[in-house]
Design a protein around this ligand. Structure first.
Ligand code: NDP
Length: 453
């Protein structure tokens, strides 16, 4: 069956050269699915995975805008409409200077399986721009978002494609994007999720990814009759996902001792309690400052700047039981994985998308630790986005208890799907296979039902 993977990868690399993150994401899924192809030749015969790796539609466009000095700026905008077999395209928008076609294709591809795992009717998509919100004024961010949406509005709609936030896109950006859509189209519809509470947003949406990743860790621990109480946890990033991971870990009795941003990380041995977390939320969401300020504010904590020459990240070399990578792709390499395992980490729940390199993933799976891959562990965000869509359709708003309860139920169900699929295909405890297989089957069957489209 490695023939199957090799043949598929030759097609993917030949047709989409220069997209290493996309190749990495496809190869990981193909390796898991080789088990399915062997047992169910119908999927291979119908070239289902060969079809899934080819986006249904890719939209690339110019985003011109005027900065505060009156100078013309030009960015590139994207929307990848990857797969609509089980519902409208759904997935976030990323604003970061590293954004390119390959990164967004990897994210859109992952999103197809993740959305399927949530049990909700959502296809997969992803988009964004190489625009860097860092250092830009609110006015500049608004100008960019308005220009971006002017083009994007032609391609999205409540029954077609419903984007959300991702790196660099939070409440502020969703507001500017939604306002421009409404102005151009003269309609108030749920074309974005992550909206403000006063204008169609769902309670618990900001919290959902971090809460969900923590629930997933707790579910994995429960298979060993354990919980998060008293566990020391490493968290990377300090944005949306990282913040609400810390909040939920605290609620469940664990202690988070690290946070990071692209400049470095802080280590606070005493733990990031509710008061310190409130400082981080204000620092990152309102003042838009750097995480190093945490160490200036709280004695006993230490800031370590990024060393661009280092071959590993010292954040992952701290003694702990659990790790929640919540910054970006490939932030844990083979050396980091070895450090984590050596230091006693045996629970990893991925808040970020594809934060572990293939070598790191292999180390975790081979060691048999509780390793929850991103497409399962961080699916809580898109799940609550799906719930926001349901509330918008009904023109109702559910209470936070109701949304949180549903989120918890969905994370439990995703966990069970992974455990069952891994077991059924002869690799018990392998959540990577479980997530890839569990996510694939539903999409693949829908594609078979709908014919060659
Ligand atoms: P935010 O923009 O809120 O925060 C991102 C954090 O990660 C920041 O601390 C940022 O630091 C850091 N970061 C980003 N890129 C890099 C980089 N190249 N190197 C080092 N640090 C980096 O984004 P989110 O919290 O929303 O997203 C974090 C991860 O979670 C992403 O992988 C995203 O795809 C994933 N995710 C998010 C979901 C959501 O609902 N928001 C849903 C599912 C997954 P700095 O400010 O210095 O750039």
């Amino acid at each position: 069956m490695s023939n199957y993977v090799d043949e598929l990868m030759a097609i993917v690399k030949g047709r989409s050269p220069g997209e290493p993150e996309f190749h990495q994401a496809v190869e990981e899924v193909a390796e898991s699915l080789a088990l399915v192809m062997e047992r169910h030749p119908k999927y291979r015969k119908a070239k289902v995975l060969e079809r899934i790796v080819e986006p249904e539609r890719v939209i690339m466009f110019r985003v011109p805008w005027l900065d505060d000095k009156g100078e013309i700026q030009i960015n590139r905008g994207f929307r990848i409409e990857m797969n609509s077999a089980i519902g409208p395209y759904k997935g976030g928008l990323r604003l970061h200077p590293t954004v390119n076609l390959g990164i967004l294709k990897f994210l859109a591809f992952e999103q197809v399986f993740k959305n399927s795992l949530t049990t909700l009717p959502m296809g997969g998509g992803k988009g964004g721009s190489d625009f860097d919100p860092k250092g830009k004024s609110d006015n500049e961010v608004m100008k960019f978002c308005q220009s971006f949406m002017t083009e994007l509005s032609r391609h999205i709609g409540p029954d077609t494609d419903v984007p959300a936030g991702d790196i660099g896109v939070g409440g502020r950006e969703i507001g500017f994007l939604f306002g421009q859509y409404k102005r151009i189209r003269n309609e108030f519809t749920g074309i974005l999720t992550g909206k403000g509470l006063n204008w169609g947003g769902s309670l618990i949406r900001p919290e959902a990814t971090g809460y969900g990743a923590t629930y997933f860790a707790a579910e994995m621990l429960a298979t060993r009759n354990e919980n998060l109480e008293g566990k020391t946890c490493l968290v990377s990033g300090s944005g949306n996902v990282a913040q609400y991971t810390v909040e939920k870990v605290n609620q469940l009795g664990g202690t988070c001792v690290t946070l990071s941003d692209s400049s470095g990380f802080i280590y606070d041995e005493k733990g990031i309690d509710a008061e310190k977390l409130a400082f981080v939320m204000d620092l990152k969401n309102v003042r838009r400052g750097r995480i190093s300020e945490y160490a200036d504010k709280f004695s006993g904590s230490v800031f370590t700047p990024v060393d661009p020459k280092a071959d590993h990240n010292p954040l992952w070399d701290i003694k702990a039981e659990c790790a929640f990578p919540s910054a970006t792709q490939n932030e844990i390499n083979a050396k980091d994985a070895a450090n984590l395992l050596r230091n006693g980490v045996y629970v990893i729940s991925e808040g970020a998308n594809m934060p572990s390199t293939p070598e790191a993933m292999k180390a975790f799976v081979d060691k048999g630790i509780l390793y929850g891959p991103a497409k399962a562990a961080n699916a809580g965000g898109v799940a609550v986005s799906g719930l926001e869509m349901s509330q918008n359709s009904q023109r109702l708003a559910w209470t936070s208890e109701e949304v949180d309860e549903r989120l918890f139920g969905i994370m439990k169900s995703i966990h069970k799907t992974c455990v069952d699929a891994a077991e059924e295909y002869g690799t018990p405890g392998n959540y990577v296979n479980g997530a890839n297989i569990g996510g694939f089957i539903k999409v693949a069957d829908a594609m078979l039902d709908q014919g060659l489209v």
